[in-house]
Design a protein around this ligand. Structure first.
Ligand code: NAP
Length: 266
């Protein structure tokens, strides 16, 4: 097994990464940062997002394992004090590979076309004034959006930015994308649906810029400013991200633990 380690960069995560590498090598695992089969992300969910983007060109051949140096996360399901246990399991059992959908984005600007993949979400935000964009679903006009922006999230990203915006939490076995509004203007003149919308895998959505406007385009944690966006197509990717599970940790348990807490259940 060839493994790579990505850490958050803080002292604890770096220490744990060094410790993991030392112990893994002594057990005969091969450290290979360039072409790993397994990527161990040490830090938090944000660290796993970075690891995903670092290895995006190899994701068909890589499985991720997340270690959280704080509370357990959505992508990071091992705690800092469980590194030895994780290593033992890696050396003795075959993991279950779970696959989560990711989003593909085709961004057309006056200066070229760009392709991105997102693990959590893609966000389009106004910078100066109200953003105006036509939203099409499957090639037909759905609504004219006016407001702060639009978030298109994956099922596993539904617990992140999407949740803060009142979007639904979607189980990652449902191959879909969720469109959520950021402060849409709704009055007698302007109207959007207001609810978030879930698109199945065989549907797609286009966001068409309706004026010369400066927008911030974010793909997970990476943001870029554009002033010449023409349109953006969003659809569920044919590729999936893979996680190696050495023990079960059901999605709804993560949701409960993160947002409700076990102690509050009586
Ligand atoms: P960040 O500080 O790395 O992340 C913000 C928070 O989101 C962190 O607590 C992170 O957990 C958590 N998180 C990341 N992925 C998650 C997931 N799938 N489910 C639940 N929580 C998740 O911020 P960033 O670098 O700007 O952007 C990374 C992500 O932050 C974005 O993809 C977006 O989803 C989220 N975000 C949320 C809001 C909001 O809720 N208002 C605003 C902007 C961005 P860890 O502490 O474990 O890393």
């Amino acid at each position: 097994m060839k493994y790579a380690v990505i850490d958050r960069g803080d002292t604890l995560s770096k220490q744990l990464a060094n410790q993991f590498i030392q112990h893994a090598n002594s057990k005969g695992l091969q450290h290979n940062q360039q072409e790993p089969n397994i990527v161990i992300s040490i830090g938090g969910d944000g660290t796993l997002l970075k690891a995903f983007h670092k290895y995006i060109s190899q994701i068909d051949h890589i499985s991720f394992v997340g270690v959280h140096t704080g509370h357990l996360g959505f992508y990071a399901d091992w705690k800092a004090d469980e590194l030895e246990l994780l290593l033992e399991k890696m050396c003795t059992i075959e993991p279950t590979i779970v696959k989560y959908p990711i989003a593909n984005i085709e961004l057309v600007t006056k200066s070229g076309t760009f392709h991105y993949s997102a693990l959590n979400e893609f966000t389009l935000k106004s910078v100066d004034n109200t953003m105006v964009a036509q939203v099409n679903i499957n090639g037909e006009q759905f609504e004219m959006f006016r407001g702060d922006g639009i978030v298109i999230s994956t099922p596993s990203g539904s617990t992140a930015y999407n949740k803060s915006l009142g979007g639904s939490i979607v189980h990652p076995s449902i191959e879909s994308l969720q469109i959520t509004e950021l402060a849409s203007i709704n009055n007698l003149v302007y109207r959007t649906l207001g609810s978030s919308v879930l698109l199945p895998k065989h549907h797609y959505c286009d966001i068409i810029s309706m004026k010369q406007q400066r927008v911030q385009v974010s793909v997970d944690h990476v943001s870029t400013m554009f002033n010449d966006v023409v349109s953006i197509k969003c659809f569920v990717s044919d590729q999936k991200v893979q996680f190696a599970r050495y023990r079960p940790f059901p999605f709804w348990n993560r949701v409960r633990n993160a947002f409700i807490g076990i102690d509050s259940i009586t």
